[in-house]
Design a protein around this ligand. Structure first.
Ligand SMILES: Cc1cc2nc3c(=O)[nH]c(=O)nc-3n(C[C@H](O)[C@H](O)[C@H](O)COP(=O)(O)OP(=O)(O)OC[C@H]3O[C@@H](n4cnc5c(N)ncnc54)[C@H](O)[C@@H]3O)c2cc1C
Length: 246
């Protein structure tokens, strides 16, 4: 999933539509409750500021939210901390088109665990999004790590990059070295809906009941894929509208 000019299009559009009320590059430090609503303390340009809000809609990751609401409910804080986010290393590779000796006639591939490869799968970016390269080049995104790979870290990432490039070249029938390599390690990438998830979900629901006007979204709640995140955002919008109409 992406936009023609990349995911940054979305926050840029929000900024344009919301005007002055959109605060970018601001880090929320804490959220506390008062008689009329909530007090949000945030850092912008290294200056600490505060604002009073009737409602709070949070879509920060659960491990961030858990710290922000520590003063409101310790139990929810602990439950949110339990949600496990494994690491994922994203590896971008570029090649000259004529280096790839197979048809790029799909979206990419996922690798079954029994194949015992160093990476999870690859997206053929330049096939999906033709404006990402010139006509003479192709590019790919490889995903490494995930819940079953406990070895991935900043220290070991080069080992996984080297092995993945070798295995990818074999699968794709590529003899040349990549003309472009870039990588990004997401240390806490994707929340896992593990066995204890129902108790974490219950804690979130109870927190919202006890704290009217506080709404919790984000990919640890109603699904990971971007489509699910957009659906979840619509649910949150309806809930906020209903809250103000009461
Ligand atoms: C490597 C990778 C590849 C993926 N590929 C796909 C894909 O191809 N297709 C797909 O459908 N899904 C994909 N996903 C899943 C999808 O991208 C995510 O589930 C989704 O983007 C999560 O959206 P979110 O708004 O919940 O969280 P995020 O996008 O993580 O947003 C959370 C935001 O909170 C901000 N934040 C954190 N702390 C604070 C703070 N203290 N104060 C203020 N702001 C804060 C962060 O800066 C961030 O902007 C991928 C995920 C990963 C990690």
């Amino acid at each position: 999933f992406s936009f023609k000019n990349g995911m940054q299009v979305l926050p840029n559009k929000f900024e344009k539509s919301l005007g002055k009320s959109f605060l970018s590059s601001s880090e929320i430090k804490s959220i506390t409750k008062n008689d009329t609503g909530y007090k949000v303390i945030y850092l912008k340009d290294n200056i600490q500021k505060g604002l009073l809000a009737d409602t709070v809609v949070s879509t920060v990751p659960s491990y961030v939210l858990s710290n922000l609401i520590a003063d409101i409910n310790k139990e929810t804080t602990n439950k949110l901390k339990e949600i496990f986010y494994p690491s994922v290393l994203v590896l971008y590779l570029g090649y000259k088109k004529n280096s790839v000796k197979r048809d790029l006639d799909g979206f990419g591939f996922l690798i079954p665990q029994k194949e015992n490869k160093s990476f999870l799968g690859a997206i053929w970016n330049s096939t999906l999004f033709p404006n990402r390269t010139t006509n003479d080049d192709v590019c790919f995104t490889l995903f490494i790590g995930g819940a079953l790979n406990k070895e991935l870290s900043n220290k070991t990432k080069q080992h996984f990059i080297d092995k993945s490039i070798k295995e990818f070249s074999e699968i794709m029938n590529i003899q040349d070295e990549p003309s472009f390599i870039s990588s990004k390690l997401w240390e806490k990438a994707i929340p896992q809906y593990n066995l204890d998830y129902s108790t974490q979900l219950k804690a979130i629901e109870e927190f919202e009941k006890e704290n009217p006007g506080f709404f919790i979204g984000g990919n640890f709640r109603r699904g990971i894929a971007l489509g699910d995140c957009f659906n979840s955002a619509e649910i949150l919008c309806d809930q906020v509208k209903e809250y103000f109409n009461k």
